[in-house]
Design a protein around this ligand. Structure first.
Ligand code: FES
Length: 107
């Protein structure tokens, strides 16, 4: 088992390092590190409570949005940006090492 180091900026604006392990998607990593992500739909791309922003240098590395994810993000386009992902749909890739993930305030 191996992992990568990322930085997570919490809803209160403070950041801390997080180890993202290769068997986890991003939502799993956030929950395992104690971030209060509601994840109301249980990771099925249908609630958007796991909405995060990926820093500009790593958004491409985070992969393509799934169809369901793209649909959901388009429904919250008042807050979603080109740097938005659903953490539950963001799979581990080593290219995300060093990324900064910002939690959406009010999740
Ligand atoms: S947990 Fe519901 S969309 Fe990700």
């Amino acid at each position: 088992m191996s992992g990568i180091d990322i930085t997570v900026v919490g809803e209160d604006g403070t950041s801390r390092p997080v180890e993202w392990e290769d068997h986890q998607n991003l939502l799993d990593a956030l929950l395992a590190n104690g971030f209060p992500v509601l994840a109301t739909c249980g990771g099925n791309a249908s609630c958007a409570t796991c909405h995060v922003f990926i820093d500009p240098e790593h958004i491409d590395a985070s992969g393509e949005r799934t169809d369901a994810e793209a649909d959901l993000l388009s429904m919250i386009d008042d807050v979603a940006t080109e740097h938005s992902r659903l953490a539950c749909q963001t799979e581990f890739v080593t290219e995300m090492a060093g990324a900064t993930v910002t939690l959406k305030a009010g999740m």
